[in-house]
Design a protein around this ligand. Structure first.
Ligand SMILES: *[C@@H]1O[C@H](CO)[C@@H](O)[C@H](O)[C@H]1NC(C)=O
Ligand SMILES: *[C@@H]1O[C@H](CO)[C@@H](O)[C@H](O)[C@H]1NC(C)=O
Ligand SMILES: *[C@@H]1O[C@H](CO)[C@@H](O)[C@H](O)[C@H]1NC(C)=O
Ligand SMILES: *[C@@H]1O[C@H](CO)[C@@H](O)[C@H](O)[C@H]1NC(C)=O
Ligand SMILES: *[C@@H]1O[C@H](CO)[C@@H](O)[C@H](O)[C@H]1NC(C)=O
Ligand SMILES: *[C@@H]1O[C@H](CO)[C@@H](O)[C@H](O)[C@H]1NC(C)=O
Ligand SMILES: *[C@@H]1O[C@H](CO)[C@@H](O)[C@H](O)[C@H]1NC(C)=O
Ligand SMILES: *[C@@H]1O[C@H](CO)[C@@H](O)[C@H](O)[C@H]1NC(C)=O
Ligand SMILES: *[C@@H]1O[C@H](CO)[C@@H](O)[C@H](O)[C@H]1NC(C)=O
Length: 488
């Protein structure tokens, strides 16, 4: 597929010029960002008749993109508006964010997407809602869900005892429904997003309960070894092994989500030493691992000879750029180092954009000085993120607001509803028996999962394999990581 795409695109590339931008000029950055935003939104069909609002085409096999990437797209567009002031996509963004919130609970757990519903998937939508509150993105009509309450709903469902158990000493699992493959995996992105949301809600609302959860989550991640002493952030581990089988692949968004969260903690604690040190460590290590030669490289799958990144992974660079940029506002002592790094990376990113068979397109590799033909919504999002965040320095972009410093979003500390509507709750009187049954079920399901992966030759994988069709369960593998290829 890649080879075919490459030839088609090679033919078209001579017809369309590369993206031209002067990174010293705000107007030039805005013009380039506007172009890429337009190109990005050509992937979005949710506002056309008969299509589902909020999502990118998918999930596989119906299209390339899992449900969560829609949430990531709207966060990117909210930042785009914040940095550029271009309101062109605000309406479509609001419609998308509210539609997928899934009223009346409004906690981003639509029944349609149960089969790929991880804590991280839900959390990506929650972080976009939180961002909308922090940048004063225009509030939805009063009779609809509000940004802050949406983020609180996601947080509350994830803080519920239903989502926490004693395997591995705590932490969130990757998947929410027990039937999903990956339910037995506790990983950095699920816990990183929960940490990140806790830190941000603490700062926005001033409620220390969120802060306490964030501290507890950080401590667990460190304690179990998902984050090393030198601030390497690993992917995850399985409950059958008490999380001792740590899968050490490093993905940039894992580092980024903890870095941004730590910056909020630093800011919330008025510049405490402990969070200063953690921010410093994460900035340092993130740059060393992912920006070793200038432009960001998704090192675990963007290999020298080949690219093994799945669609999900092709979008991580943009989140990392966005979260690093915001870190500079909350922890200003990181500003010079981070912005120097992001500017260098962005200069390389724009060179990856040239003509494609779908208009102008951006590629995935930013290290070649040209277009690699591997394009998609994630790649467009990443270049858009890289461009728009540079405006943080070019024009006066204020840091994230709080309820006390100009934030206007209305919250609801009790938002969320049922955290786990996917399986019947066992009656209290038979809790022990039911507990044992649940345990057996998940051991069995993870065993089946393991066999399934093995028979397809996938080493490590992840999310979302059970799709409900009527009452029948159909396994649909959702692969995030191919250990075999990653390690080769
Ligand atoms: C859908 O949104 C895109 C991007 O904002 C816009 O170009 C297009 O006109 C919209 N389509 C409809 C039918 O509203
Ligand atoms: C769920 O799927 C149905 C059927 O395709 C669709 O009509 C509805 O809009 C979807 N809802 C969400 C929240 O995606
Ligand atoms: C603080 O947040 C917690 C957790 O969501 C909530 O239970 C509590 O009511 C909140 N306190 C206030 C004063 O809003
Ligand atoms: C599981 O690992 C935790 C540390 O993450 C440790 O405290 C606990 O004792 C271990 N449990 C078992 C049963 O080995
Ligand atoms: C930060 O400083 C403000 C103003 O002095 C104070 O009200 C607040 O409690 C401090 N926050 C923390 C977490 O120490
Ligand atoms: C917290 O963030 C604000 C801007 O968002 C910044 O002005 C302030 O200096 C930061 N606080 C610390 C302790 O760095
Ligand atoms: C990270 O820290 C090490 C040790 O202090 C230092 O040598 C290195 O230059 C730092 N890297 C970056 C990117 O700041
Ligand atoms: C980006 O960084 C690399 C490696 O540090 C350096 O060789 C290159 O000159 C830098 N490029 C720009 C445009 O600053
Ligand atoms: C947020 O600010 C509004 C208006 O300033 C105030 O009425 C409300 O109580 C505040 N909410 C919290 C959670 O502090």
């Amino acid at each position: 597929m890649l080879a075919k795409a490459a030839t088609t695109l090679l033919a078209a590339s001579s017809a369309l010029a590369a993206l031209q931008v002067d990174l010293e000029s705000p107007d030039s950055i805005k013009a380039a960002a506007r172009q890429v935003a337009y190109d990005l939104l050509t992937y979005y069909k949710g506002n056309q008749s008969g299509m589902t609002p909020g999502i990118l085409p998918g999930p596989p096999p119906a299209g390339d993109y899992y449900w969560w990437e829609g949430g990531a797209l709207w966060g990117t567009m909210i930042d785009y508006w914040h940095y550029t002031g271009d309101t062109s996509y605000n309406e479509v963004t609001t419609q998308a964010m509210l539609f997928q919130a899934s009223p009346p609970q409004n906690s981003y757990m639509p029944p349609n997407w149960t089969a790929s519903l991880g804590n991280d998937d839900q959390g990506f939508w929650g972080m976009s809602a939180m961002l909308a509150a922090e940048v004063n993105f225009p509030n939805p009509p009063k009779d609809q869900a509000q940004w802050l309450a949406l983020a609180q709903a996601v947080f509350n469902t994830q803080a519920s005892p239903d989502r926490h158990d004693t395997t591995c000493n705590g932490g969130l699992r990757w998947q929410i429904p027990l039937a999903n493959i990956g339910y037995d995996y506790k990983n950095s992105i699920a816990n990183g997003i929960f940490f990140n949301l806790g830190a941000r809600l603490a700062r926005y609302t001033g409620n220390a309960t969120y802060y306490d959860w964030a501290v507890k989550t950080w401590d667990w991640v460190e304690g179990v070894g998902l984050m090393s002493e030198s601030y390497d952030v690993y992917d995850g581990a399985h409950v059958e092994y008490n999380c001792t089988d740590i899968f050490k692949a490093q993905f940039s968004y894992n580092a980024g989500v903890f870095l941004q969260g730590a910056a909020f903690m630093y800011n919330y604690t008025n510049g405490s030493q402990i969070w200063h040190d953690r921010v410093t460590g994460l900035v340092n290590r993130t740059i060393e691992v992912f920006f070793a030669n200038g432009p960001i490289v998704e090192v675990s799958c963007e290999l020298e000879g080949k690219i093994t990144c799945k669609t999900d992974m092709l979008s991580f660079k943009g989140y990392t750029h966005r979260w690093m940029a915001q870190t500079t506002q909350l922890a200003p002592f990181t500003h010079d180092l981070i912005m120097k790094t992001l500017r260098n990376s962005t200069a390389a990113a724009v060179k990856s954009c040239q003509g494609g068979d779908n208009g102008r397109q951006c590629g995935f590799r930013w290290t070649t000085g040209g277009y690699d033909g591997l394009t998609g919504a994630g790649q467009e999002m990443s270049v858009l993120a890289a461009l728009s965040t540079l405006l943080i320095d070019q024009i006066k972009i204020t840091g994230p607001v709080t309820n006390g410093t100009g934030g206007t979003s209305v919250g609801n500390p009790n938002a969320g509803g049922d955290p786990n509507p996917f399986q019947p709750h066992p009656p209290a009187t038979t809790a022990d028996r039911a507990g044992a049954g649940v345990l057996t079920a998940f051991v069995l399901s993870s065993l089946m999962g393991t066999l399934l992966w093995m028979s397809f030759g996938w080493g490590e994988t992840a999310a979302a394999p059970v799709r409900r069709k009527g009452k029948k369960l159909v396994k649909v593998p959702r692969i995030r990581t191919e250990m075999v290829e990653v390690l080769s």
